[in-house]
Every structure is written in C-alpha cells, then in structure tokens.
Design a protein around this ligand. Structure first.
Ligand SMILES: [Zn+2]
Length: 324
C-alpha cells in the first residue's frame, strides 16, 4: 500500500506524519487479571519519503535474544531513518514473553496460525491483525528468532531458494550463514511471501538466553540492510562483516546414537572434516565414553547445549552442500 501523496502513514487508527516519532499500542486482549497489555509498535519517520522497514521479534515468547536485537536497534537510534520509515515491534507474543513460553497461553504457536482470522483463537487474532493492519504498509520485514530448547544456532538468515531479491538482501545483511529453507505453511514468513513482501528471517542463539555475538550479528546486519536501502541514519556507519557469508544449500542433523550425558567440544560456526570428533556422550557411572564424529565435512551451524540427551536427539546441525 504506497503512501498517499501527502506522505501520511495511517496505521492502527493513527496518523503518523513525516519527521514524526510515535508509539502505538497493538491492542489485542487484556490479561486474565483484566490488566491492560501493551504491545508497543514504535514508529520513526524521516522527513524524506523512502522505504518502510519493519523489525519484529518475540513471535516466540521465549526467544529473548531477538527481542534484545530490536531493543538495541531502538536504544542506539538505528531505528531513526535518514529517509522513509522504520517500524519496530520488539515483542509480538507478549503473552508468551510474560510467561517465558514459546506459545500463547492456550498452547498455540503463533508462527503456525498465519494469516489468522478476526474471530479465531487469541494467537490467530494477533496474526490476523499483524497481516491486515501492519504488513500492507511495509516494504521489507526482518523477523528475529533463536534456536529452541538448548539448541544454539550460529547467526543465520533463512530464505527460500527461488527468490533472487532475497538472496541479494541476505548477502547485504552479512550474517555468517544463509540457509535455504522452504516457507512453512501457516508461518508469518509464508504469509508475507504470499503478499509479495520480502522477509529475512534471522535465527541466532537459543531460547532463554542472550548472547552478545548473536546480538551484534543481528544489529550489524540490520545496519547494513538499512545502509543498502539508503536509510541508515547519517550519524551511524555499517561495518563490513569479518567473513563472507556462507550460503548453505543443504544441511542435516547429526543425532545421538546413545542416551547419556553430552558435551560438545567444537565451537559453533566451525568448519570440520569428516571423522573429526565433535563431542562425547558418557554415562553417569564412568563406564562408557562415545565420541560423536562428523559424518562428512561441513560447517557446524547448530550445537545442542543440553547436558542430557536421548538416543535420536539432534546434537549438531551440519552443512552438507554449499552454494557454488
Ligand atoms: Zn522462533
């Protein structure tokens, strides 16, 4: 939805004029205690027209690292654009965030109910409102996530393979890795794709955890993207990434062959060779110690940090085929 000639952004029943800063409440439902719940939508507009970029996090309430990235975009003034508009929604699933849970209070995963309905479950209503009232206004979306349940992700952008423009944007973002993955049915990413809105999905770190290097990767990537769009605040500078992004065509999980106590001995993001020892599984009684070996060469893009594993549990995510 391009802005009218007078360049007024009319969003969530609020008019936001050029050069204005506004915080609007994405009002959905109260708590069961009847307390109001604030879901702030922070809007910063430059005088000059330009693209509208949306930064979102906390679709999963336990993925605090994503929230921290958007928080830093705001606190460092990165969300004040030179041209155009930046919209930040640091915590979309505030109900999960309050309880430190991935899901909504009724157990629904917000990222599996898109595009939602106006009269559906609470999660479905949130999805609907996001799709109906925010996404039509924006040109680009960057959605921040983490790995789940103790599985630590190397900072990575996930996009679907076919889209050339997304490839370009992912390259500009400059995270250590880009992983090609299909759009999941009923996900936020899939709904945005169907609306023709380019989205970069960032995954880094793990739930209930804030990792400085993951945060830096998300913040610096956002700055690079804004610079590429000509939007980065003139007071700021985007640094080039230390290494070129590795594009991964195919990857696989290495699973535990034994139940036991697990310790990884390889750093996240490392390039390993076939047969390298990645960690060990032991029993509590000192009777066995099984090494976990790399089945082939590749980059380790996720490490399970849980001290206890069962046979079949995913231990490492390793790249299999890189894009040439
Ligand atoms: Zn997530």
């Amino acid at each position: 939805m391009p802005l009218p000639p007078n360049n007024i952004l009319h969003i969530l029943d609020t008019k936001v004029y050029p050069s204005e800063s506004k915080e609007v409440n994405f009002d959905v439902a109260n708590l069961h205690t009847s307390s109001n719940v604030n879901v702030p939508v922070i809007i910063e507009r430059a005088k000059k027209p330009g693209p509208i970029v949306l930064f979102t996090a906390g679709i999963h309430g336990d993925e605090v690292n994503g929230v921290e990235i958007v928080r830093q975009l705001i606190s460092k003034g990165i969300n004040k654009p030179k041209i155009g508009t930046i919209i930040c929604m640091p915590v979309i699933n505030i109900f999960g965030f309050i309880n430190l849970k991935r899901e909504f209070p009724d157990g629904r995963d917000l990222n599996r109910v898109f595009p939602g309905t106006a009269d559906g479950s609470l999660a479905s209503r949130v999805a609907y409102k996001l799709i109906a009232e925010i996404i039509p206004h924006v040109d680009y979306i960057i959605d921040f996530h983490t790995g789940g349940a103790g599985r630590f992700n190397a900072p990575q952008i996930r996009i679907s393979k076919e889209n050339k423009d997304l490839n370009e944007l992912a390259k500009v973002f400059g995270a250590p890795f880009v992983l090609y993955s299909k759009n999941l049915n009923k996900s936020f990413r899939n709904s945005c794709y169907k609306m023709g809105k380019p989205m970069l999905l960032f995954e880094g770190g793990k739930s209930y955890h804030i990792d400085e290097s993951v945060t830096a990767s998300g913040v610096n990537g956002s700055k690079r993207l804004l610079q590429h769009l000509g939007m980065l605040n003139t007071k700021l500078k985007a640094r080039k990434p230390k290494n070129d992004t590795v594009f991964i065509n195919e990857s696989r999980w290495i699973r535990a062959n034994y139940s036991g106590m697990f310790r990884a001995s390889i750093a996240i993001g490392s390039l390993v060779k076939k047969g390298d020892i990645l960690g060990n599984i032991t029993d509590p009684y000192g009777k066995f110690n099984h090494p976990v070996k790399a089945p082939h060469s590749g980059y380790i893009i996720n490490v399970n940090e849980s001290p206890i594993v069962y046979q079949g549990d995913a231990l490492f995510h390793i790249s299999k085929k890189l894009k040439r």
